[in-house]
Design a protein around this ligand. Structure first.
Ligand SMILES: [Zn+2]
Length: 57
């Protein structure tokens, strides 16, 4: 039992060009963008301007 790591970071349905580490979210309402951390879905982040749940840029 020594092998716990493989290539785990695969591409999961990549529809966003240039998705780097972290990534960006965009507000569908006002167009504001925000950075988010790895493993943090955009829809858990609210727009700092209008409070709308953000979506992936
Ligand atoms: Zn907004």
């Amino acid at each position: 039992m020594g092998r716990g790591r493989g290539q785990g970071m695969g591409r999961m349905g990549g529809t966003s060009p240039g998705a780097g580490p972290g990534g960006k979210c965009v507000c569908p309402s006002c167009g504001a963008t925000a950075q988010h951390g790895i493993g943090v879905p955009c829809n858990t982040i609210k727009c700092p301007k209008c409070g709308t749940p953000m979506v992936r840029a």
